[in-house]
Design a protein around this ligand. Sequence first.
Ligand SMILES: Nc1nc2c(ncn2[C@@H]2O[C@H](COP(=O)(O)OP(=O)(O)OP(=O)(O)O)[C@@H](O)[C@H]2O)c(=O)[nH]1
Ligand SMILES: [Mg+2]
Length: 701
Amino acid sequence: MDTIKVVLAGQPNVGKSMLINTMSGSNSLKVGNFSGVTVEKTEVSFHHDSHTLEMVDLPGTYSIGGFTQEEKVAHNYLLNEEYDVIVNVLDSTHLQRNLLLTLELLKLNKKMVLALNMADELKKEGLEIDVKQIEAIVGVPVVLVSANSGEGVEELLHAIHESFDSKRRRSSNIVYSEVFEEEIFELSSFLEAKGFKLRDLSSREIALRILLEDKHLYEEIHTHPIMIELQPRIVAALEHIYTHHETKNMVDIKANEYIAIARGIRMETVKSKKKKELKNRTQKIDAILLNKFIGIPIFLFMMWGLFQLTFEIGSIPMEWIDAAIGAYGDWIGSLIPHDATRSLVVDGIIAGVGAVLLFLPNIIILYIGITLLETTGYMSRVAFLLDGFFHKFGLHGKSFIPLVTGFGCSVPAYMSTRTLKSEKDRLITLFIIGFMSCGAKMPVYVLFVGVFFSPQEAGNILFLIYIAGAFLGLIMAKALRLFVFKGEAEPFVMEMPKYRMPSFSLVWHTVYNKARSYLKKAGTFILAASMLIWFASTYPQQPLFESEFSAKIEAAGDNAVLVKSLENELKLKKLENSYLGQIGKATEPIFEPLGFDWRMTVALETGLAAKEVVVSTLGVLYAIGDEVDEGTVSLQEQLRANISFASAMAFIVFVMIYLPCLAASMVFAKEAGGYKYLAYLFVFTTLTAWILSFITYRVLV
Ligand SMILES: Nc1nc2c(ncn2[C@@H]2O[C@H](COP(=O)(O)OP(=O)(O)OP(=O)(O)O)[C@@H](O)[C@H]2O)c(=O)[nH]1
Ligand SMILES: [Mg+2]
């Protein structure tokens, strides 16, 4: 079976990733309504007709000469990699601007198909495009599609097949400005007369490239004998062009030419049937959401609402899950006669994994919120609103996007900093992403907030924790800007996408995938971690204590109260002398000033692997040390009985600030440019966490 390698190129936010999702009938690529969603090239392959199609999704790029990191990815790929067909995706409602990239891509001389996306919006805006006419001008197949409705997608796939099978692209009918055309004519007639041939280029194409000062072409021909006669002609032609354009800068000249051509194509091919009412809808919404006075309060209110919902709605199924897990544990426990095995299953696996599963509803609500923010187009607005505010902290609005992504998970957040142009802006943003509490920290907060606050307050407190973390991040950004990465935050232009109704299937798939990977993590990583923690807190066995206590218990005889308390004492002794207990005890002095006992200390340490493990560790440690024998007591009640309010708050502060999980730390090191940065991050976050937890504890105690 033939494989066709197709690369999708286009400007940001035109629907490249969504188009691949639609063509392949999957939802594997991340789609969002703001620029810079895709930051890394990603491949998807599927079968169509008798071919395997390998589709490469590139980050959006305004031009091939772009200079941000993710634009370079696109640039390098298009120039240096092997592929068969380029699908240039355009937003058909912004044809003129999008064509600028098309004109550059045409110069690559590859097989190419234009996909004019957003056909549905085009219709709604009352615009009509003469597809055949564009095709005649650019000389490559053009298809009107909608990744959203699926319209034209079959036709596009067909065009890709045809383009792959065809020998060479048709010649284009792009007309340059008069000076250019004159000189193209001169040079090409000369080349023609001399019978000069180069690759499969026509004389006109060669002439054009010479005039556009194409480096590669010059490299190819500069030693050719024809140059003796050609050189003076080129000089004269360029002089002519320079005088007309009043500059010798070919980059500017080319840009001017392309702008003129793109405008010309748009004027010739796009017709407006009615006035653009839809533009007005976006403007109307913006008048409110971008309002100087109420814009930011509206945003804060929405965030507050989200955390209220997280708590209010999240706590309903949480109770059911909790009850179900408890009952399940009791039932399984009664089936297993062997003591150690029962303890492993009930106190290890079920307690550890169960503690994490409990928070699935909260995670789902959080992700619905983030996904809505990303898909409606609101995110770019907030970035714009906060720009001025961010500047006070040495950042700019564009950092907002990685920071919000960080509320979900730090890994993609670190990667999305690639859209920042300046290296310093990027490093500062990388360093503070961890202050945005990720989804995995949510269970820790919800657990502790649920224990120490009334249900009425809980949502507010949760909101406060997130805001405090974010605010702290900003202050740290300022400090980094002042003392480490000195300089000004660079100005930027924020793309304002149209508002779009979030498509149900898009939100569903995103949230479903997040929920599934949370469950998967609980079933694999957390499961393994829980077993490990159970093991490390149950062994080594201590026969000495056991025999000592069994003698005492025997001596206590009928005194049930005494027996009970002796049994509890034994459990605690065993736990404290286990491997984990020893580690906890050894490191306890470091955390003692913060009011943490050794169990909390251990939970923080295991939490370096993943933040959910903080919760599962507490789950296991308290299940093993369970001091009540009438059924299992929930982790919440255990915490309430064992931890003081001040310690709990200091614990929340520590979790809020300290090093992100192992996976995220690795990605951080890669994105920042080395492990030395990870070492800085470790010192930076641990010190900050310790100091602020200390203050919190001392103030509250
Ligand atoms: N109405 C409509 N919306 C679309 C269509 N195609 C994509 N979108 C929306 O346009 C936005 C951008 O889609 P993406 O697929 O993320 O765009 P992209 O080109 O991959 O963007 P980058 O990765 O940032 O370069 C999303 O909100 C999509 O839902 C379409 O045909 N019609
Ligand atoms: Mg994309």
